[in-house]
Ligand binder design. Structure first.
Ligand SMILES: Cc1ncc(COP(=O)(O)O)c(C=O)c1O
Length: 402
């Protein structure tokens, strides 16, 4: 191990009182202002070189920080805040949410291994499995999100990892997480979950036996649609391999971005509560619309995943979808082009509302897509939902007129 690879001691300012509520932990987690001249926020440290105090410290690599890529007070503040929120043994940062997914997968898979990946995973995650992982000799099988304990039938002797994402990208299927985790763990496989939708505020993967909890911090941790970053929070048993892979890959996250995500965490609880309420309000309104054949939102009692969501999750974010009765491309385009408050953009989790056409018909392989009409994915932001439903109503009127 070279000098620059020595892992620094954590600057962790763990909140000792485990009884604190999540909102309090978010506000006070990660960094204690009293440790740095009383400034309530952590310093934004721009650093590659870190100077040793003496030859003795240099020869024995005796220093809290030794290399900017390894750790700074800024990266540690975010890592520690996320670890506290996730209930994790440790957290590593990646330059994007997709980077966090690929870091986590690379930390637990080798040539000759088999991966079970949920069919409803985020598209670029699937692309990584089908390209780089395949090139490295890892075979991926996509499984039905509704598989539950039936995943046992898909396990092979070389199945080393099982990956979940709930609810599923674009179509919002819930998974029976405890049932899948039980089978995977009995088999000795590492369990990974992309938990970007709920965030660890509304679902805590590690408390359910997941080993690697992945968050596209780009979304709700950030909250303002202006920073890309990813986090992977690990259980005790998964942390050594995660930390080693992070070091081997030379991943680094820029200090200003890290700081913005740390800052975003402080308001996560209030923002998410509003996304939840606004999202449900718009989803309920859509249920009453004649153009809409189905609303895909697990917090709605009519959703097939509602019982699982209610059992395991404590809230919903602002992302969901609805199916339209079959319409022409022209009419669908008129709907989107008429919206003024909803922007057409992919990356969600910010303060603003978004609408895009989802294409599950092009993505799924384990479960063939059979729905006839188009799927529209909405992100409901922090606007007043009455203005948002009025905007959608104008879109539906334009669709009918086209
Ligand atoms: C569920 C999910 N995971 C991961 C990502 C990737 O995040 P990033 O854009 O930061 O790479 C996204 C992005 O949309 C996502 O929706």
């Amino acid at each position: 191990m070279s000098n620059d690879e020595k892992a620094p001691e954590s600057a962790r300012n763990a909140i000792a009182d485990a009884a604190l509520q999540p909102a309090t932990r978010l506000v006070h987690g990660g960094y204690d202002g009293k440790t740095w001249h009383g400034f309530v926020n952590p310093p934004v440290v721009h650093a590659s070189t870190v100077l040793f105090e003496s030859a003795d410290a240099h020869f024995h690599n005796r220093a809290r920080y030794t290399y900017g890529r390894q750790a700074t007070p800024t990266t540690e503040a975010l890592q520690d805040a996320v670890s506290e929120l996730e209930g994790a043994a440790g957290t590593k940062l990646a330059p994007s949410g997709l980077g966090a997914v690929t870091l986590a997968l690379l930390s637990c898979l080798s040539a000759g291994d088999h991966l079970l990946m949920v069919d409803t995973t985020y598209g670029p995650t699937r692309h990584f499995c089908d390209t780089l992982l395949a090139r490295l000799g890892v075979e991926t099988t996509y499984y039905d999100p509704h598989v539950g304990a039936g995943i046992a039938a898909l396990m092979r002797p070389n199945t080393k990892a099982v990956f979940l994402e709930a609810p599923g990208t674009a179509t919002f299927e819930m998974q029976d997480i405890p049932a899948i985790v039980a089978v995977a763990r009995a088999h000795g496989a590492t369990v990974l979950m992309d938990n970007t939708w709920a965030t660890p505020l509304y679902f805590k993967p590690l408390a359910f036996g997941v080993d690697l909890s992945i968050q596209a911090a780009t979304k709700y941790f950030c909250g303002h649609s202006d920073v890309l970053l990813g986090t992977v929070a690990a259980s005790e048993r998964a942390l050594p391999a995660l930390a080693a892979t992070h070091r081997q890959l030379g991943l680094h996250t820029a200090p200003d971005d890290v700081y913005q995500i740390y800052r975003g965490l402080k308001t996560l609880e209030v923002r998410l509560a509003r996304h939840h309420v606004n999202g449900v309000a718009v989803a309920e309104w859509l249920l009453s619309r004649p153009e809409v054949t189905r609303v895909r939102h697990p917090a709605l009692p009519s959703d097939p995943g509602h019982a699982l969501w209610k059992r395991d999750f404590s809230g919903a974010s602002g992302l969901f979808a609805f199916d339209l009765a079959p319409v022409s491309e022209t009419a669908l385009a008129a709907f989107f082009d008429t919206l003024t408050l909803f922007g057409m953009g992919y990356s969600w989790g910010g303060y603003e509302s978004l609408a895009i056409r989802a294409r599950p018909d092009l993505a799924r392989t384990a479960v063939p897509w059979t729905e006839a009409g188009p799927v529209v994915r909405l992100h409901i932001g922090l606007e007043d939902p009455r203005d948002l439903t009025a905007d959608l109503a104008r879109g539906f009127a334009a669709m009918a007129a086209a």
